[in-house]
Design a protein around this ligand. Sequence first.
Ligand code: 5GP
Ligand code: ZN
Length: 115
Amino acid sequence: MHDPDCIFCKIVRGEIPADVVYEDEDVLAFKDISPQAKIHTLIIPKVHIASLNELEDEHITLGGKLLKTAAKVAKLHGIDESGYRTVINTNADSGQVVFHVHVHVMGGQPLRKMG
Ligand code: 5GP
Ligand code: ZN
């Protein structure tokens, strides 16, 4: 369920402080320590799943909940109407550095167009 060396599992366990935006029995949302936009929050499952590649069939409901929570967090931040970007990085080429799956929610300003 938890990886003792995973920094986000430590946040779930309260061993590392985080600026929590939203929490329920399945997910935790907290502000990114190094924000890339005026608003930059991360949403994680409370169980340790290293990346999208490790998301199993049993996690499908949880995966949907992560996305639903991204929208909820955007509303809490007051950026649901102005807009926001959701990003999930997976493995080296994406730049994933924390191997506990997380959804980035970024907004509060116009973001550079991708692609
Ligand atoms: P990745 O590149 O893996 O998709 O994104 C990891 C994100 O986690 C980065 O944006 C980084 O700033 C953030 N981060 C890394 N360590 C911590 C931490 O201890 N606390 C918080 N709040 N964010 C962290
Ligand atoms: Zn973890």
